[in-house]
Design a protein around this ligand. Structure first.
Ligand code: ADP
Ligand code: MG
Length: 614
């Protein structure tokens, strides 16, 4: 990197104005960007007390000359752009020239740097943005920035900092994101003198992807590659059966810069269209390259948003490349038949239906918050198999009111509604679409949603874990789960709560866990997905602090995963057992998420429909 200069005023005004220091993780991000721009091959991030006490980034990059070091802490001082046109061809991660002065103004700051051509280094100490001391010292080539007592002089902001684990979670996310983007650089993350991550430099980006995102992607990742001269795409996708509940595992890099880009995110979803159910997100790492002058990176001070000149072209190219890659590896496995004995624990369901019925109120709430992206995604990822009951009600139109069961009231209400007190007394006619169980009761036709009903049964069964011992089933081969730092902390916290439910999960070093046994009702379900979903839910809802609520959410997810799916043929015996189990439930009329488990079509409905009644 050549010399630092102060940007002329006109140019500095063009730079999206803003404060870049929001929390410790934003400091880490800015410092890492500088280290990477300085061509470092090794960076070490040391944190103490979640970043409250210390944030230190050391690199072996090109370093700065003494003059440059002094300039670097001036506002709008940068070596990365000089003139107007440079804004349109930014190759570096930084260009705003405001990170160091901003960070220095709200901390006790020290910069030690030695340029690769210099014999000695310089140390610069600052407090609250004022230079305290400048000394010539011996130092290795490279730069080390230490930020102590962040926000010490802005108490309001210091108060706003979250707990150590939360801030560390954000920091770990930033380091992971940077590490994914630069596989050729070694990244170390140390917290309170304990090494958390050490990602060695690799020449094959796929190796870094696996190191960072874990074995889950290793098992069945799908490679995407495309190059048409304008857009170059390299990426790794999870198979549609490995999904997450948030978009956080979708890592998108535009010309090397991590970006939460809606265009590419949406294209990625559309590429998966038909393979994901509402609320499922793929894991993905996508590197998109377009000509530098066809993308504006100066959209937001945090530099993690971009604007493409050719938005539609980018979208369509990414979408079709993803779709093509998935088609090639379309390993859709259709379910085996299940034995009567094991009946309610059926193996290998078509993944598409796995989460039918899992669309909970809180997820809907979550969904609302996800703004435009998610809104558009919904259309892309909601196959008609989801929410069949809604469709049914739509079709019923005016008669809907008559068909809704009264939730939460158990037998007495059922008795009033269909004149019989027990589900097991219903006359079973059969199965409709392999989704609904069709029964007759006196004058009425009763339809049960098999997934919702079974979900209710499992939910109540698991809820009793405090009183009744839940049967546990050992796994022949322990299931190994790789989590990120934050997820691991949360799972660790809930291990004692999970034990009475039949889960035997052991820490396996680092952020890895080994699942040794599971509740028997989960049989041979995809345990990894379930555990990850529970952890994500706890993090998303912040329910990690409320054990009771968290376990209830966890049990709902277990019930959903364990329950038979829609599109599952059931035998007469299976249906009978299910109705009996439903009778034993406290609230058989609603699934744990509040959706009805059954609807009634009264005699009047048919009379009207067939115009027997005038
Ligand atoms: P920007 O990165 O936008 O240019 P910064 O305030 O982050 O602005 O950094 C100012 C300048 O200081 C950079 O342009 C670069 O020349 C120099 N600099 C900062 N950090 C490093 C580092 N780790 N190694 C070498 N040079 C650095
Ligand atoms: Mg910078």
């Amino acid at each position: 990197m050549s010399q630092i200069r102060i940007l002329p005023e006109i140019l500095s005004n063009k730079i999206a104005a803003g404060e870049v220091v929001e929390r410790p993780a934003s400091v880490v991000k800015e410092l890492l960007e500088n280290s990477l721009d300085a061509e470092s091959t090794q960076v070490v991030v040391e944190i103490e007390n979640g970043g409250r006490s210390l944030i230190r980034v050391s690199d072996n990059g090109m370093g700065m000359s003494p003059d440059d070091a002094l300039l670097s802490i001036e506002r709008y001082a940068t070596s990365k752009i000089y003139k107007n046109e440079d804004l349109f061809s930014i190759r570096t991660l930084g260009f705003r020239g405001e990170a160091l002065p901003s960070i220095a103004s709200v901390s006790r700051f020290s910069l030690v740097t030695r340029h690769r051509d210099a014999d000695t280094g310089l140390e610069l100490l600052m407090t609250g943005g004022k230079i305290q001391k400048v000394t010539e010292i011996g130092a290795p080539v490279g730069t080390q920035v230490s930020v102590r007592q962040l926000f010490f002089n802005t108490p309001a902001r210091r108060k706003f900092l979250k707990g150590v684990q939360t801030e560390m979670g954000h920091i770990a996310d930033v380091v992971a994101s940077m590490a994914l983007g630069r596989p050729g650089v070694q990244f170390k993350l140390v917290h309170n003198h304990k090494s958390l991550k050490n990602w060695v430099a690799v020449s094959n980006p796929a190796d870094r992807v696996i190191h960072v995102l874990g074995a889950e992607l290793k098992e069945g990742h799908i490679t995407v590659q495309h190059d048409d001269g304008y857009l170059q795409l390299d990426g790794w996708l999870s198979s549609p059966s490995v999904t997450r509940k948030t978009s956080r595992s979708m890592h998108i890099y535009i010309n090397g810069r991590a970006a939460r880009d809606r265009v590419v995110q949406h294209a990625l979803f559309e590429g998966y269209a038909g393979r994901l159910v509402k609320g499922q997100f793929p894991m993905a790492v996508l590197f998109v390259r377009v000509p530098l002058d066809r993308v504006d990176v100066n959209v937001h001070p945090a530099k993690n948003e971009v604007r493409f000149s050719d938005q539609k072209q980018v979208h369509d190219t990414v979408r079709s490349a993803v779709a093509r890659a998935l088609q090639q590896v379309d390993a859709r496995k259709w379910g085996r038949r299940f034995s009567q004995e094991k009946m309610l624990f059926i193996k290998e369901k078509p993944r598409e239906y796995q989460r039918a019925g899992a669309w909970t109120a809180s997820q809907q709430h979550e969904e609302k918050q996800k703004e435009a992206l998610t809104r558009s995604m919904k259309t892309a990822v909601s196959p008609s198999s989801v929410l069949p009951l809604e469709t049914l009600s739509d079709e019923l139109g005016e008669l809907t009111a008559d068909t809704q069961p009264v939730g939460g009231n158990g037998f007495s209400k059922q008795a009033q509604i269909w004149g019989q007190t027990r589900f097991s007394d219903l006359k079973v006619i059969g199965q409709y679409q392999d989704i609904y169980i069709v029964c007759e009761s006196n004058q009425d036709l009763i339809l049960l949603d098999q997934h919702a009903a079974h979900e209710r049964i499992l939910y109540e069964k698991l809820k009793q874990s405090r009183k009744v011992k839940i049967e546990s089933q050992g796994l022949l081969i322990p299931e190994i789960i790789d989590l990120n730092y934050r997820e691991a902390k949360v799972l660790e916290k809930f291990l004692p709560e999970l034990a009475p439910l039949g889960f035997e999960i052991e820490p396996f070093g680092g952020d890895t866990f080994a699942v040794k046994s599971v509740p028997a009702v989960l049989g041979d379900r995809e345990i990894k997905t379930l555990v990850v979903e529970m952890v994500e839910k706890w993090i998303e809802d912040g329910s990690a602090d409320a054990a009771e609520k968290a376990m209830d959410d966890g049990i709902k997810l277990m019930a959903c995963h364990g329950a038979i799916r829609a599109n599952q043929r059931l035998t007469d015996v299976e249906i009978k057992v299910m109705l009996e189990q439903l009778d034993a439930c406290e609230n058989p009329s609603n699934c744990p998420h509040g959706r009805p488990t059954w609807v009634k079509l009264g005699k009047a409905f048919f009379e009207k429909a067939f115009k027997r009644l005038v």
